[in-house]
Design a protein around this ligand. Structure first.
Ligand SMILES: Cc1ncc(COP(=O)(O)O)c(C=O)c1O
Length: 467
């Protein structure tokens, strides 16, 4: 399952069976399951794909998406799921928002579907809007790109460029965290924290160094001292560090930084003039009940990598960063062909307006008060098999382990995931360090009734597998 491998897991996970099975019929306001799953008529589509695509594109529960509306996903055969995936934490404002579709139509009807970096009017609106979200808007600029990986790559490049220009070639280290995920491109994988994922790189680049992440479960030492000790052990002098980059929560958990740790990390970076980048590609735009997750820590990153929920739809990403760092490259030398594609920009603008208009950041915080205690309650029913549960706002995760150990149990996690799928709750394949983490990430537009309904269905799935 490539999804698992991608997020930092080993390559031995079970795949989803394409053998249709009878499942109990369900019909509620939000969920309908009326066929065998997978739907027998859908199998030729999977077959066609297996003939024309690499297997890396497989690995999700076997549904063929046909339409998606707010918090539900439907197939062509009358089945409908409550979405706990948001794609992969993309659709923060809900699927298929009318305002986003209208904005896309409008720019298409205007006759503008590609511009390169020639100026179009909405680009200025979007950069202005994103700038206003920065910790200190007057001191930040915004660079638009297409994917999250491009954004994190850009953070690496800018950190190293800043250090090189100001201090020379010795200040070259990029410090990131074990179990981190920053994307799939070369630099993003060098910065990533799962050795399995970067075997293909071979010896790599000695200037990329990972230190333990203070998650409290996989690594119990959450003190900032461990960060300093690890650097000393690796013989890295802080003055030679160009940049530190961390996800504001690690996607494998979700695992959050202790506030004190985050603040000490920021002070450390200030003391040694190290560029501090926060990867908000997954965590940004309201997911944890604040616009950006770093706001929970009371820190001011120098560079903020954004993606996914920035548009809730089309591929758009951004780096929001300190002006002096963002300005290191002269005109024409830090661009990308699809930077600020007018259709993606229109979608992102409509998305940001919707987030505000509907109060979805606040809704994520409010719904989190239901979701997070519930995942802890479910976890506490099986403390020997469910190693830990965590969450904030509308992202949560439960880690399935072999009885009484911390050893990942990907098989049971997949079994629960499949049961939930059969019950009309769609999660993406388990993540974590080895496919053991059941991750919950509905659109931020979910309300109490479907949230509680989906939690009940999920709990049944857990009971059926572990009970
Ligand atoms: C934290 C984080 N950073 C970066 C990325 C890469 O984003 P993309 O897949 O858009 O390149 C992801 C994607 O899952 C992510 O979760």
């Amino acid at each position: 399952m490539d999804h698992l491998i991608e997020k930092g897991k080993n390559a031995t996970m079970a795949t989803y069976s394409l053998q249709p099975v009878e499942v109990p019929k369900i019909h509620t306001r939000y969920r309908t399951i009326k066929t065998q799953l997978p739907v027998p008529e859908s199998l030729p589509i999977f077959e066609l794909l297996s003939q024309s695509e690499p297997r890396s594109m497989q690995g999700q529960p076997p549904i063929v998406w046909h339409a998606a509306d707010d918090i539900t996903i439907s197939d062509k055969w009358g089945n409908r799921w409550i979405d706990w995936s948001s794609g992969v934490l993309i659709t923060n404002v809900g699927h298929g928002a009318k305002e986003i579709k209208d904005a896309i139509r409008k720019v298409v009807d205007q006759g503008l579907i590609a511009t390169y970096v020639f100026v179009h009017e909405q680009r200025a609106e979007l950069t202005r809007e994103l700038q206003s979200l920065a910790p200190d808007p007057n001191n930040y600029h915004v660079f638009l790109l297409s994917t999250g990986s491009e954004a994190t790559e850009n953070c690496i490049k800018l950190s190293k460029t800043y250090a090189l220009q100001k201090y020379g070639p010795k200040k070259r280290y990029m410090v990131t965290f074990e179990n981190a995920f920053h994307g799939r491109t070369y630099g993003a994988q060098l910065a990533g924290g799962n050795p399995h994922l970067k075997k293909w790189i071979g010896k790599g680049d000695s200037s990329f160094v990972q230190v333990p992440f203070p998650d409290g479960f996989k690594n119990e030492d959450v003190s900032f001292d461990l960060f300093l000790k690890t650097l000393r052990k690796r013989k890295i002098d802080p003055k030679n560090i160009a940049g530190v980059m961390t996800e504001s929560y690690q996607g494998v958990g979700p695992d959050f930084l202790p506030v004190e740790y985050a603040q000490k990390l920021e002070s450390f970076c200030r003391e040694h003039d190290i560029v501090l980048s926060v990867d908000e590609v997954q965590a940004g735009f309201g997911r944890t009940g604040k616009m950006f997750t770093f706001e929970h820590y009371g820190i001011k990153p120098d560079l903020i990598a954004c993606g996914k929920g920035i548009s809730s739809s089309l591929p758009l990403s951004a780096v929001i960063g300190r002006k002096d760092i963002m300005g290191l490259y002269p005109p024409g030398s830090m661009t990308s062909t699809h930077s600020a594609s007018p259709i993606c920009v229109a979608a992102a603008l409509a998305n940001l307006q919707l987030l505000k208009k509907k109060g979805l950041v606040q809704n994520a915080a409010k719904m989190g008060e239901i979701l997070v205690p519930e995942v802890h309650r479910i976890r506490n029913k099986y403390p020997v098999r469910l190693g830990c549960a965590q969450g904030k706002g509308l992202v949560a995760g439960i880690q399935v382990v072999k009885a009484g150990t911390k050893e990942p149990d990907a098989e049971s996690a997949t079994a629960i995931n499949v049961k939930a799928f059969h019950k009309g709750v769609l999660m993406f394949a388990p993540v974590g360090i080895a496919g053991e983490c059941l991750k919950i990430a509905p659109p931020l537009s979910i309300t109490e009734e479907p949230l509680r309904e989906s939690l009940r269905a999920f709990e049944e799935a857990v009971d059926e597998v572990l009970g």
